[in-house]
Unconditional design. Structure first.
Length: 255
């Protein structure tokens, strides 16, 4: 069967094109494994440049047709969303490239390459809450989330593992980055109040940390505190119930 390759490289990183081209051969046998689940993520050092490569799970027959002819692949969306976020002054690791490989016209493998971040996952703060060093992180995160929502940005997998942070000791500022960004919405208007709460419901942090984030979020937007806590908690509980139902349903299908 014939194999076709499609590669897009960030114009400032053409020197990495050969590395991207060789990913189907290099990825399975080299690099440091950072995550091994449905998708696999590996870190590479190429000529002193620290990179992260995400290989997306091979699509089912149905999804292979959809991604080949009707929808952009996850790797391509991740790359384009990274460019869009950075245009909107929202930080994310610099995108390097995306690539697709097809057999008989259907997508079989896709890769997204970015620079490796030295930021810390938000879990480092939410799991320590309410220690004195975690409070300013979560307060700053709430303000960052307000910026996202006011810009019409909705990360559709807004989980604490997909949010990174760093404290700038010189300025005292907290900076944030978004990762796992293939599922995003960019609206031409700010998110509506219920849309904001629905987006926040995915934060799978301890309840006390979640309530603190809601409290700081409401204060930043000058919203009614009690109403924000009530609606945020309602949507989170509803989401949790839905996730539990889906897990039980899958377990029954496998039984």
């Amino acid at each position: 069967m014939n194999t076709d390759m499609k590669i897009t490289v960030n114009p400032g990183m053409e020197h990495l094109r050969q590395f991207v081209r060789q990913l189907p051969e290099l990825f399975p046998v080299s690099g440091e494994v950072l995550h091994d689940g449905r998708n696999q993520i590996r870190a590479f050092d190429i000529g002193g440049e620290r990179l992260v490569v995400k290989r997306y799970k091979r699509p089912s027959a149905f999804n292979a047709v959809m991604y080949s002819f009707f929808r952009k692949s996850k790797a391509r969306r991740a790359y384009e969303h990274a460019l869009r976020l950075r245009e909107l002054e929202i930080d994310t690791p610099e995108p390097v490239a995306w690539s697709e490989y097809r057999r008989s016209g259907l997508i079989t493998e896709t890769y997204f390459v970015s620079r490796r971040s030295d930021f810390t996952p938000l879990t480092a703060a939410t799991e320590r809450f309410p220690t004195s060093d975690s409070l300013p992180v979560l307060a700053a995160f709430a303000r960052f989330t307000v910026r996202l929502h006011e810009k019409g940005i909705c990360h559709e997998d807004f989980n604490q593992t997909n949010i990174l942070w760093r404290h700038d000791e010189a300025t005292g500022r907290y900076d944030f980055q978004l990762i796992d960004i293939n599922r995003m919405k960019f609206l031409r208007r700010p998110l509506r109040p219920d849309e904001c709460m629905i987006n926040l419901r995915r934060l799978s942090c301890p309840a006390v940390a979640f309530l603190y984030i809601l409290d700081r979020y409401a204060e930043t937007r000058q919203w009614d505190m009690d109403d924000t806590l009530l609606r945020g908690t309602f949507f989170r509980l509803l989401f949790g119930r839905r996730q539990q139902f889906k897990k039980r349903f899958k377990a029954r299908k496998l039984a």
